[in-house]
Design a protein around this ligand. Sequence first.
Ligand code: TRP
Length: 332
Amino acid sequence: MKKVILTGDRPTGRLHIGHYIGSLVNRVKLQDEYKQYVMIADIQALTDNFDNPQKVRDNIIEVALDYLAVGIDPKKSTIFIQSLLPELSELTMYFLNLVTLSRLKNNPTVKEEMKQKNFGASIPVGFLVYPISQVADILGFKADVIPVGEDQLPMIEQTNEIVDKFNRIYSPVFKRVSPLISKFPRLKGIDGNSKMGKSLNNAIYLSSSHEEIRDKVMAMYTDPNHIHKEDPGKVEGNMVFYYLDAFDTGKDTIEQLKARYRKGGLGDIELKERLITVLDNLIKPIRERREEFSKDKDAIYEMLKRGSEEARVITEKTLAEVKKSIKINYYE
Ligand code: TRP
C-alpha cells in the first residue's frame, strides 16, 4: 500500500514563488509515489481571519487554481476543503483533552505568530488551539509523512505527543508521523524580509503577469553602493542574486555574473533583466494553465466536491475507530 501524505495551505491569498519552491514542486513529485491528500484549510484560515470570511471564501478557488496550474493532478492527488470534513472538527474535540494549556502556549510556532499578530492578552481561543486541529487533520488521514519547513517541526512533535497519549490512554489507533523536511529554506520576500507574504506586500505570485514580474524585480534592492555600472558590487544580501541562486538553473552563468558584479562592470538593469527572464520562464506556463483552468470555475468546484467526498470516507473511518476506542460508540 502507498504511504499517505497530508499537506495543505490556508486559503488567505494566491500562492507565490515561495510556496512553489518550498512545497508545490515537491507535491507534484510526491503525488506519484504516495497517496497524497492536499487540503485547503479554510477552518484554519478562519482562526486568524474570522472577521473576514469573504477573503477565505474567495481564496478557495484561487488556491485550487494555483494547485492545478503547477501540476497537482486531481487524478493522482485528492484535493479537498477542510470544512467539508466535519470529522476533523470532531477529532479536534477529543484531542483537546490530551493537551495542556501551557503546552499550547509554549509551541514555538504559535508563540512566534502570537507576537507577529500583536494579540497581547486577547488571544482568540480558536487561534491558540489551531495546532490541535492541525493534528486532527494529520491523524484523521493516518498520514505517514508530513512535508514541512524547519520552522514547522513543532507541529510534528505535537502530533506525536498526541499519538502516544491517545494510544496509551485509550487503545493503539495511531502511528507516529515523520516529517519530510523541505530542502529549501523559507524564501525571503522581495524586500529581504524573512517571510514572503501577502500581508507584507513583498510576494511574487504564480499568477503574475509579465509586467507585474518586471515591476517587482525592478523594485528589488541590490547593493546601495553599486551606483554606476563600473562600481564593484556586493553579491551578499543582494536580493537579485538571492533569487537567481534560488531559481536560475544556469549555475555557471550565475557564478560568472557574480564575478563580474563583484569586480565592477555589470549594471543592475542587465542583472535584473536576467532575473525577469528566469522568473517569467518559470511563471509563464503556470499563468497560462491557470488562465485555461479559470475558464470553467464550476468544474473546479466540482473537482473539490468530489475530492472532499473521497477524503471524507477516510476521516469517517478514523473517527469511528476513535469513538470506539473512547467508548462512545453506543449504538454500534
Ligand atoms: N498550516 C498550514 C498552512 O498554514 C495548513 C495546514 C493545516 C496543514 N493543517 C495541516 C499543513 C496539516 C500540513 C498538515 O498553510
